[in-house]
Design a protein around this ligand. Structure first.
Ligand code: FEO
Ligand code: CA
Ligand code: CA
Length: 635
């Protein structure tokens, strides 16, 4: 996530009074009801469920920790190897159309549209025929560094550059296989495709066809061109891929007269990308409803190249980091999500219907019907899920909500009225396959406690929170419960920091700014970090080093450093082969500059990873991690 987005992540000026008080963050969870811990009924009954438990032995960390990263290199523990595949610009493998990456960034927009996008993020492995050596990788391309994307950077914007930037956003589907001892892309592949900022998406759910979704180009309000700022990802039990649209608001130009609604969503007079002058739908003064058509969770069926991807409006509009699925005892889907912005919220959606056997096609409407809730974390260690249902409580026409579609389009304002808890930038979530507890990274929030900003509360207990924390909760009975109990797994930081609020309480290796989060099927929690280049230069991260990936045994709380990334990268996105002998990890924006825009005259100023060619560009890429002895990763 880019710095100039960070500076705008304070759009929640709702004025919700904090109802919380600081409390002991390390207290134990109060166990409510009978969750049915790790029961097969919860996790094991649906074919392909990503959260299937694989045994009852406690998770163990069996590798030797690596030191903090200080060089332009990716480092894994002794006994492990890491290979790079699918870097930005590699042809994805469309038959007859596989243009090679050009080091000088002179690939055209049309070429970029059949190459790997930029800034890899959330990723999932979809086995073919259950294989651990052959499958599809689906991954997000969150944003672009236009200093690297074009031969002359951003001396000027023009329509061609906008088209290329749009083609470098979105989602990739590629086929990969372990051949001759090395994972590689399978090219050509009948599965290979890109979804970009120009690909048609169908709108479904209560806001589809709503008056606020209709535009000149789409008078029905049911088809949107493109997905933007796809950050984190989730895998559904029915075999599809969920992706969150995060910082889309900053791609629009708002003009001189911003409405309160537009201001609440962070729209500015001029967007960060200068797309609007060359693609007028991003001019929100001329096309105000196009702004409503982003901020959704999108669903993609990796196995069906002909399927039209869908924006699921029932899950609410937000700066969605991503979306993660749990299953109730009776087989309904519960989708957790958060929005990564200062003082924004955590959500869950409970489907009306049960997951049907038959995969993606049988569940094509599952996420269109159900109830969306927003979380309130109370100071006593319990919490409530507050329903975002039109006509209930303050969500009435008198308060600006004509119908359920408008509640969903204005999810933030509805959550403001319900008194939900304003969090420290919720990033990834993960569901423990053993306990059913739900974990969420709250990456940081340096505005917490600042003048005119919300103060600390129990869930967000530190002012000037530069380090972040991981919160977790246990639902009060089943995943559809109205209440939960919660505590913090850890407050991140460095015990040597001169600021007491930045020291944290980590048991093990130090880190800051947790972002990516994933459980493997053994129940090991993998934590990935995203401290920005500007934070590195401040010195608070001098001992923490480059962004990294750590493993946590949640039964003991021990955190152990597993991987460190190259200079100024972010480590984000993690997925495994079913047998856990291969881990795929994304390395985003190696060499990111403090202002997020590289100088094309010196593209390798901070990093030249992974190619290390003289004068070459750093490239986001997927890293494949394996053990030399072929064993289980992390064990
Ligand atoms: Fe795209 Fe919130 O990181
Ligand atoms: Ca982040
Ligand atoms: Ca993130």
């Amino acid at each position: 996530m880019a710095k100039d987005f960070d500076s705008m992540e304070d759009s929640n000026r709702s004025g919700n009074a904090s109802i919380h008080e600081l409390s002991d963050p390390a207290r134990r969870l109060v166990i409510q009801g009978g969750l049915g811990l790790a029961s097969a009924a919860l996790f094991g009954s649906l074919a392909g469920c990503a959260a299937t438990a694989t045994g009852s032995s406690p998770a163990k960390l069996g590798f030797k920790a690596v030191p903090p990263g200080t060089t332009d290199a990716l480092v894994v523990p002794d006994g492990y190897v890491a290979d790079v595949i699918a870097a930005w610009g590699e042809p994805i493998g469309v038959a007859g159309n596989m243009p090679p990456f050009r080091e000088d960034a002179s690939n055209t927009a049309a070429e970029q549209a059949v190459q790997m996008g930029m800034h890899h993020d959330g990723i999932h492995f979809y086995p073919l025929a259950g294989s651990s050596t052959h499958g599809l990788l689906v991954m997000n391309h969150e944003y672009t560094d236009d200093g690297l994307l074009h031969p002359d950077g951003l001396k000027t914007w023009d329509a061609g550059k906008v088209k290329k930037a749009q083609a470098a956003h979105g989602v990739s589907v590629i086929e990969v296989a372990l051949r001759d001892g090395r994972w590689q892309m399978v090219r050509p592949s009948r599965y290979a495709r890109r979804h970009t900022a120009a690909t048609p998406f169908t709108l479904q759910g209560p806001a589809a066809g709503h008056a606020l979704m209709k535009t000149a180009a789409d008078p029905d309000g049911r088809t949107v061109l493109g997905t933007l700022n796809n950050c984190a990802s989730g895998q559904t039990p029915w075999g599809t891929y969920l992706s969150g649209e995060e910082n889309w608001a900053f791609y629009f130009d708002g003009g001189d007269k911003l409405t309160p609604d537009q201001q609440r969503w962070g729209l500015r007079k001029t967007g960060s990308q200068s797309w609007a002058p060359h693609d007028e739908r991003f001019d929100a003064a001329r096309h105000p409803n196009e702004f409503h058509r982003f901020g959704w969770v999108v669903e993609i069926d990796p196995m069906d190249p002909a399927a039209t991807p869908v924006k699921r409006t029932a899950l609410g509009r937000a700066a969605h980091e991503g979306a993660w699925v749990a299953v109730t005892k009776d087989g309904r889907a519960v989708v957790y999500s958060g929005e990564d912005a200062r003082f924004e919220y955590i959500y869950k959606f409970v489907s009306r219907d049960r997951i049907a056997p038959g995969g993606a096609r049988a569940n094509a409407q599952l996420l269109d019907h159900g109830t969306l809730y927003v979380a309130r974390f109370d100071a006593d260690g319990t919490g409530r899920w507050l329903p975002l249902v039109h006509g209930q409580g303050p969500l009435t026409p008198a308060n600006g909500f004509a119908d359920q579609g408008e509640v969903l389009i204005k999810t933030r304002q509805a959550s403001d009225l319900l008194g939900a808890t304003r969090m420290d930038r919720p990033e990834w979530l993960a569901i423990d396959p053993k306990s059913g507890e739900v974990y969420c990274t709250l990456t940081n929030n340096s505005a917490r406690g600042a003048a005119g900003q919300p103060g600390v509360d129990a869930a967000n207990p530190r002012a000037n929170n530069t380090m972040g924390q991981i919160i977790r909760w246990r639902e009060g009975g089943d995943f559809d419960a109205a209440s939960f109990s919660w505590n913090h797994l850890v407050l991140a930081g460095d015990p040597a920091n001169e600021r007491a609020e930045a020291r944290g309480n980590i048991k093990g290796d130090i880190f800051g700014c947790p972002d990516g989060l994933a459980f493997d099927t053994r129940g090991v929690l993998w934590i990935q970090t995203d401290a920005h280049a500007t934070q590195m230069y401040k010195g608070e991260f001098a001992r923490i080093g480059n962004n990294q990936m750590l493993a946590c045994d949640v039964s003991t709380g021990e955190v152990r450093r597993f991987l460190t990334g190259p200079t100024n990268c972010e480590i984000t996105g993690c997925t495994f082969s079913p047998d856990l002998t291969t881990m795929f990890v994304n390395v985003q924006h190696p060499g990111e500059t403090p202002n997020d825009r590289s100088d094309p005259a010196e593209p390798g100023k901070y990093s030249r990873w992974p190619d290390f060619k003289p004068g070459g560009r750093p490239r986001s890429a997927t890293v494949v991690v394996r053990r030399k002895d072929g064993g289980v990763i992390g064990a």
